[in-house]
Design a protein around this ligand. Structure first.
Ligand code: BES
Ligand code: MN
Ligand code: ZN
Length: 504
């Protein structure tokens, strides 16, 4: 893989002389005075008299101080909007606006100044996290393979100056936010990659590259999956010339007493199989591995120290079912009956409902092998979730309300909101089949496609507390966030990190 070109973030002493800076960026609230030091205060005061300061949320204004005056070459402000509307998401978005405009200004480096008054209501650690995230996520661009070498990126060197008494907490947050955002961008690269490049073997290699220390990675090949009897997963893989991989990441800190599993759908391409999808936007089915991408991103963060100060007593297992769903002479047909790892027979009424088929084997195997206290799966499982919830939140469903709530809380902390949908015994019954224990789709008269997908998985989790995240709406295609403007969002990496860090 190409070397990840990570933005350089330095935290600088607030007293550092900014007079040589190419660009100094500060924040202004909608009302009241900014509490920034020195040159910025004077500049705001002056801009106030000329009426040139824009204070609305995410408004950007750039000034060129007179050439003979000693000071930075350029000064800019980002509006923070109304103080009572300032939250972590709005701060992250404001920082992404600063990054984008600094880049557009063409500077090689810039200085970002943030004072304690700029994050009133947000604790200093969290402010540090979102500032790093806004910078690093905002700077993300997918670098497609091209004939020409890409140009060096602008504004890729940022010094962050914290003005206030909680500098230590802010900088701890800055470090964690950077780790989380770099991991997210790394996942986004895999997610955006062409489906012929990011195939199951490629995901397996990416996972292996993370191994070291307390993190072990193994990849189970087709022959082993056959021996284990994963007929549901293997049925999906039949139509592809690319062999399936079950990728297992095992973070096992010394003295771990508890174990949690995260399982990701890793369909590197979903053509629908014999129940083939329409041609329009079929290329977007490269993103059908974003559940797996979230799991990989989580382990990238873990491998780079994101749990070193927390959750040391929890073993974290990641499982990714990396498979390609293609039509072929040997592909499974609608009506085929397959036997899952746990012995359940499944009638495959629609080969395009393949995510649940690979996940049911991965989940049942993970539960049998690791006996986790909790299991979370993530999948771009249904188009129906986009109909129900759009692109602003993902769906969460599960068999254990306390676990569902933990994920809702983690999503809130990461500003990746989750919205719970119901999952009831009735939904489980809707998957009855005349030809097997279970059908892989419900009848169209039942509706509720997202619930049906979760209900199918529910058959395989037994008594283990389990939550399912349907991320088909949030993995790509949203338009509202300045730090995710194109392609894959790397969704749920940060949510999973918050959740795992909260496990005691
Ligand atoms: N990967 C798709 C879900 C999907 C579709 C996500 C479009 C984002 C956009 C999944 O494998 C799928 O095809 N689901 C079917 C299920 C149906 C056959 C019951 C769907 O949503 O149409
Ligand atoms: Mn499908
Ligand atoms: Zn799919």
């Amino acid at each position: 893989m190409r070397a990840l070109r990570v933005m350089k973030i330095r935290s600088a002493a607030s007293s550092k002389d900014l007079s040589r800076s190419e660009l100094v960026v500060g924040f202004v609230p909608e009302k009241g005075k900014p509490t920034l030091a020195g040159v910025l205060v004077d500049a705001v005061a002056h801009a106030e008299t000329t009426g040139d300061i824009a204070r609305g949320a995410r408004k950007w204004c750039l000034f060129h101080p007179p050439v003979r005056v000693k000071g930075p070459k350029r000064l800019a402000f980002v509006g923070l909007g109304k103080p009572d509307e300032l939250d972590t998401e709005n701060l992250r978005r404001a920082v992404a606006v600063a990054q984008a405009n600094a880049e557009a200004a063409g500077v090689a480096s810039f200085d970002l100044v943030i004072g304690d008054a700029d994050h009133r209501g947000i604790d200093a650690f969290d402010a540090g996290v979102v500032v790093a995230e806004g910078l690093v996520l905002g700077a993300y661009r997918y670098q497609p393979p091209k004939k020409e070498e890409p140009k060096a990126r602008k504004a890729h060197d940022v010094a962050v100056h914290y003005v206030g008494r909680q500098r230590a907490s802010f900088e701890d947050g800055l470090a964690l936010g950077r780790t989380a955002a770099v991991a997210t961008n790394w996942a986004r690269d895999l997610e955006n990659m062409a489906p012929n490049h990011a195939d199951p073997a490629r995901l397996a290699r990416a996972a292996k590259g993370l191994a070291g220390g307390s993190l072990k990675v193994k990849v189970m090949e087709r022959a082993q999956l056959e021996r284990l009897g994963m007929g549901a997963l293997l049925g999906v893989a039949r139509g592809s010339s690319k062999p399936p991989k079950l990728i297992v990441l095992d973070w096992h800190p010394r003295g771990a007493r508890k174990c949690v599993c995260v399982v990701g759908k890793g369909l590197t391409f979903d053509s629908g199989g014999i129940s083939i999808k329409p041609a329009a936007k079929m290329d977007e089915m490269r993103y059908d591995m974003c559940g797996g991408g979230a799991v990989l991103g989580l382990f990238h963060a873990i491998a780079h120290g994101a749990l070193d100060d927390a959750a040391r007593k929890t073993r974290v297992i990641g499982v990714i079912a990396a498979v390609e769903n293609m039509p072929d002479a040997d592909a499974q047909r609608p009506g085929d009956v397959v036997r899952a790892f746990d012995g359940t027979t499944i009638e495959v009424l629609n080969t395009d409902a393949e995510g649940r088929l690979v996940l049911c084997d991965a989940i049942a195997w993970a539960i049998k092998t690791y006996e986790p206290q909790k299991l979370v799966d993530l999948a771009t499982l249904t188009g129906a979730v986009i109909v129900a919830l759009g692109h602003e939140c993902a769906a969460v469903l599960g068999n254990d309300q306390a676990l569902v709530q933990e994920l809702i809380d983690a999503g809130k902390a990461a500003d990746e909101p989750l919205w719970q949908l119901p999952l009831w015994a009735e939904h489980k019954k809707q998957l009855e089949s005349k030809f097997a224990d279970l059908a892989n789709i419900n009848g169209s008269h039942h509706g509720g496609g997202t619930i049906a997908g979760a209900a199918f998985l529910w058959h395989f989790v037994g008594k283990t507390p389990w939550a399912h995240l349907d991320i088909a709406g949030t993995a790509w295609g949203g338009r509202s966030k300045e730090y995710a403007t194109m392609g894959a969002t790397g969704t749920a990496v940060r949510t999973l990190l918050h959740w795992v860090r909260g496990q005691k």
